[in-house]
Ligand binder design. Structure first.
Ligand code: PCA
Length: 324
């Protein structure tokens, strides 16, 4: 009798302690500021995870590279110092060609083509991240990339000698091929790099132009719509496996919702950002045919190089992307 009672008491204590441990706290670093479309989306995602998991998974969002700098976030998630994090895929191009694909100029230029490229890339991206102890939760495209510069740029040769801010190995390569001088600067340090004259031009989205008040230094945005790089939200596999099945489902559901919402938001805000840049005194310039063709030649060369590096997987991705 006593034994039974104490067993029962033990079970109750266990149940209570399980209840007390049921809340999990995760850190989510991102390199971009609160005004950024991806961060706006992440803020909503964190809220939805809380609701869908009935308060069991609490995620703290750390924006603007306050917890880790952009290139450090992937390793932090891999090592479980952060359980979940947002990365710019093409930042990791030197690690594996799979991370470079959506950074190649003029391979996929609109939202529709970019989404198609994402679908072709996704199984390989998932496999790569899994092999590194992480899973892909979702990915969202940045708005199309154009050129910020004060100089009159009518053809690629006009880019020669520009002090060009690069944000990834791919954007540095474009600069080299165009005869500009690349300096790698992440978005969180971009405003300072312009203010101090370290750089005088760069290629990115209207979103980054707006976030960093580029209009205070640079007066033209050449709307080349060259490519749409993606941010991905990745999760440490061990941290994910430690969640109970219902919480895992809640996280996946919130991720799927964030992906759908993010692609829409990116497209809507692309227009909004360009209007905001105009209001702040920037001229949005339609690129000349010659400039687009010249950048196309650079893109073609980069794709050829990529295909050599990416082997059979690369061929498969491009074939899938080009399938009608
Ligand atoms: N903005 C980020 C990456 C791509 C983009 O549009 C940046 O400039 O750092």
């Amino acid at each position: 009798m006593y034994k039974k009672l104490s067993l029962l008491a033990g079970a109750i204590v266990l149940a209570f302690s399980a209840g007390a441990q049921a809340q999990t706290k995760w850190d989510l670093p991102t390199a971009y500021p609160a005004s950024n479309l991806h961060v706006e989306n992440l803020t909503q995602f964190v809220k939805e995870v809380d609701e869908l998991s009935a308060g069991k998974l609490k995620i703290t969002l750390h924006n603007n590279a306050s917890l880790y700098k952009a290139p450090e976030i992937k390793r932090a998630v891999q090592g479980n110092q952060a359980q979940i994090g947002e990365i710019l895929l093409s930042n990791f191009a030197n690690e594996d060609p799979i991370y470079e694909l959506d950074g190649l100029p003029f391979l996929a230029t609109g939202y529709e083509a970019s989404f198609k490229l994402y679908q072709a890339q996704k199984p390989f991206l998932e496999k790569k991240l899994n092999s590194q102890g992480m899973t892909l939760l979702y990915a969202v495209a940045w708005p199309p990339q154009g050129i910020f510069a004060n100089r009159d740029i009518k053809k690629v040769a006009d880019m020669k000698g520009l002090k060009w801010r690069a944000y990834s190995p791919v954007t540095a390569k474009i600069a080299e091929l165009a005869g500009a001088q690349p300096v790698t600067v992440q978005q969180a340090e971009l405003a300072q790099a312009m203010a101090t004259g370290v750089i005088d031009s760069y290629m990115s989205s209207g979103s980054t132009g707006y976030d960093t008040k580029t209009y205070e230094y640079i007066k033209k945005f050449y709307d080349t719509e060259a490519w749409l790089p993606k941010n991905a939200v990745i999760v440490n596999k061990k941290a994910f496996d430690a969640l109970d099945p219902a919480t895992q489902e809640a996280l996946k559901k919130a991720g799927a919702q964030a992906e759908a919402r993010g692609w829409k938001l990116s497209q809507e805000k692309n227009t909004w950002y360009k209007e905001a840049l105009t209001k702040n005194g920037m001229e949005i310039v339609k690129p000349t045919v010659e400039l687009k063709e010249g950048l196309g030649v650079i893109g073609k060369r980069m794709l050829d190089d990529w295909l050599k590096k990416a082997g059979a997987d690369g061929q498969a991705m491009i074939a899938e992307f080009r399938k009608p």
